[in-house]
Design a protein around this ligand. Structure first.
Ligand code: AP5
Ligand code: MG
Ligand code: ZN
Length: 215
C-alpha cells in the first residue's frame, strides 16, 4: 500500500498514520517528524530547517525532497509506505511522481482528511506529543488526554508541546496550507487516485472509515 495523507495542519494525519502503520505494517514517513528530530539533534539539516518551521512556512523543496528520496530508497519501503506531510506543493508532488515512476512503485491512494478550519486551532493548541522518537504518539488536552498527565500512555516518556503550535504560527501554517497544499486535492483528483474522509468525530471511527476506503 503506497499512500499519501493530505490534510490541513491538525487534521489528524499523524494520528491516523500511527494506526495505519500498525495495521498494514508499513512505515510512516512524516517530513515534519524527520525535520523536528533534526532540529532537536541540532544537525546541519535541523539548523537549516528551524527558522522556516518556526515561522510556519515551508522548508525549501530541495531540502525536503532530498530527505524523502533518501527515506524511500530504504528497504522497508519496498512493501509500501504512508507519506504524511509530503508532498506539500505541486513541485514536490511532481518530483515524487517521477521518483516513484522510476522504480515502478506509483502511488495508489491520496487520502485527504477533511476538517473545518475552526476546529483545527483548538486541536493544535491542545496537542501534546511523546518525545520518544520511536513512539511520537499524539495526545490532546481537550479531546484525547494522556491517562497520566504529561506522560505517554504507550511508552511512559514525557510529552511536549511543539514550537510551531502557537496561535500566530498556526495561522500562518493554515494560510500556507490553503495557498500551497490544498491545490494537491485537485492534482490527485485529476490522476484518479483521490479519496476523502471526514476527519471530525471519534478517532477510532475515522480510522474505520479509512480502512473501508483502503480496502
Ligand atoms: P508537519 O509536522 O507536517 O505539520 P502539519 O502539516 O502542520 O500537520 P500537523 O502535524 O500539525 O497535523 P496532523 O494532521 O498530523 O495532526 P495530528 O494527528 O497531530 O510540518 C511541520 C512543519 O515542518 C511545516 O510547517 C514545515 O515548516 C515543515 N515541513 C514538513 N513537511 C514539509 C514539506 N513536505 N515541505 C516543506 N516543509 C515541510 O492531530 C492534531 C491534534 O488533534 C492532536 O492533538 C490529536 O490528538 C488531535 N486529534 C486528531 N484527530 C482528532 C479527532 N478526530 N478528534 C479530536 N482530536 C483529534
Ligand atoms: Mg503531523
Ligand atoms: Zn510514547
Amino acid at each position: 500500500m503506497r499512500i499519501v495523507l493530505l490534510g490541513a495542519p491538525g487534521a489528524g494525519k499523524g494520528t491516523q498514520a500511527k494506526k495505519l502503520i500498525e495495521k498494514f505494517v508499513i512505515p510512516q514517513i512524516s517530513t515534519g517528524d524527520i525535520l523536528r528530530q533534526a532540529v532537536a539533534d541540532q544537525t546541519q539539516l535541523g539548523k537549516e530547517a528551524k527558522a522556516f518551521m518556526d515561522s510556519g512556512g515551508l522548508v525549501p523543496d530541495s531540502v525536503v525532497i532530498g530527505l524523502v528520496k533518501e527515506r524511500l530508497s530504504q528497504d522497508d519501503c519496498k512493501k509500501g509506505f504512508i507519506l504524511d506531510g509530503f508532498p506539500r506543493n505541486t513541485a514536490q508532488a511532481e518530483t515524487l511522481d517521477g521518483v516513484l515512476a522510476s522504480v515502478n512503485m506509483p502511488l495508489e491512494v491520496a487520502l485527504s482528511v477533511d476538517v473545518d478550519f475552526d476546529v483545527l486551532l483548538k486541536r493544535l493548541t491542545g496537542r501534546r506529543t511523546c518525545r520518544s522518537k520511536d513512539c511520537g504518539q499524539m495526545y490532546n488536552i481537550y479531546f484525547s488526554p494522556a491517562k497520566k498527565e504529561g506522560f505517554c500512555d504507550k511508552c511512559g516518556t514525557e510529552l511536549y508541546q511543539r514550537d510551531d503550535d502557537k496561535e500566530a504560527t498556526i495561522k500562518k501554517r493554515l494560510d500556507v496550507y490553503k495557498a500551497q497544499t490544498e491545490p494537491l486535492i485537485d492534482y490527485y483528483s485529476k490522476k484518479g487516485i483521490l479519496k476523502r474522509v471526514e476527519g471530525v468525530g471519534d478517532i477510532a471511527e475515522i480510522f474505520n472509515k479509512i480502512c473501508a476506503i483502503l480496502k
